[in-house]
Design a protein around this ligand. Structure first.
Ligand SMILES: [Zn+2]
Length: 236
């Protein structure tokens, strides 16, 4: 029985390792994909803001063109004013000219607004460019390391699993089954040590008779509350 206990202790050590590796196997790829996501987010933000700047510029060009054509028109009207005969015609033309003047003032205001927007957009662009630069740098600094670590932990996991499998072969099938059920149902802790006269897994009090047997170390003992295998804590 001592031999079986020793094997169970070794198996639990492997399962403790497996728990640690599982955390890494879950987290490392997440870290890597987050770094890649940061680059993609900055890239798409930069693309959007560049498009906005371009649209803003196009709109400004369009308004500039409109102002120029209004000015051309005003020039023509002003020439016509010189040759006009009737008061009525003069008034009508003059009204046209002031209408165009007013329109150009509004267009100028719109352009000023567009230019202010443009300034904000440039600030945003700079922000995304900075983000992109640091996201790319962070990815470059960590990508290879994370990929290596991911390979490494997967390899370690394989080794440890096969070690545990080999250990299990040395135990009777019912004990292996019991152990496996506990691993599955007790947060990967099938075997625990006593803490004083309590179970190290759930804190349940161990009866004096069981404590005696625990010290003898001849039997596989189970906690009467959580069913885990209890082994004597030699440092206690
Ligand atoms: Zn317990």
């Amino acid at each position: 029985m001592r031999k079986e206990l020793e094997i169970l202790i070794e198996m639990q050590k492997r399962d403790d390792e497996i728990s640690k590796l599982q955390v890494l196997i879950e987290n490392l790829p997440k870290q890597l994909s987050n770094l890649k996501k940061n680059v993609a987010t900055a890239e798409s933000g930069l693309k959007t803001v560049k498009e906005e700047i371009e649209n803003n510029k196009k709109e400004e060009d369009k308004l500039e063109l409109e102002i120029r054509s209004n000015k051309d028109m005003m020039g023509k009207y002003q020439n016509q004013l010189l040759t006009i005969q009737t008061n009525k015609e003069y008034k009508a033309l003059n009204k046209e000219v002031s209408h165009l003047e007013k329109k150009n003032e509004d267009l100028e205001d719109e352009i000023v607004e567009l230019m202010e927007d443009q300034e904000d957009l440039r600030v945003n662009q700079q922000g995304f460019e900075d983000d992109l630069k640091s996201a790319k740098q962070e990815l470059a600094e960590n990508e290879q390391r994370l990929e290596n670590e991911i390979k490494e932990v997967n390899k370690d996991m394989e080794v440890i699993r096969s070690e545990r499998k080999e250990l299990a072969k040395e135990l009777p099938m019912p004990i292996v089954k019991k152990y496996a059920t506990l691993i599955k149902n007790r947060h990967r802790k099938a075997l625990v040590y006593n803490i004083g006269n309590t179970c190290g897994g759930c804190g349940f009090m161990i009866r004096p008779q069981v404590m005696v047997e625990l010290h003898e170390g001849e039997k596989i003992l189970f906690c009467e509350s959580c069913s885990r295998i209890i082994v004597l804590n030699k440092e206690d």
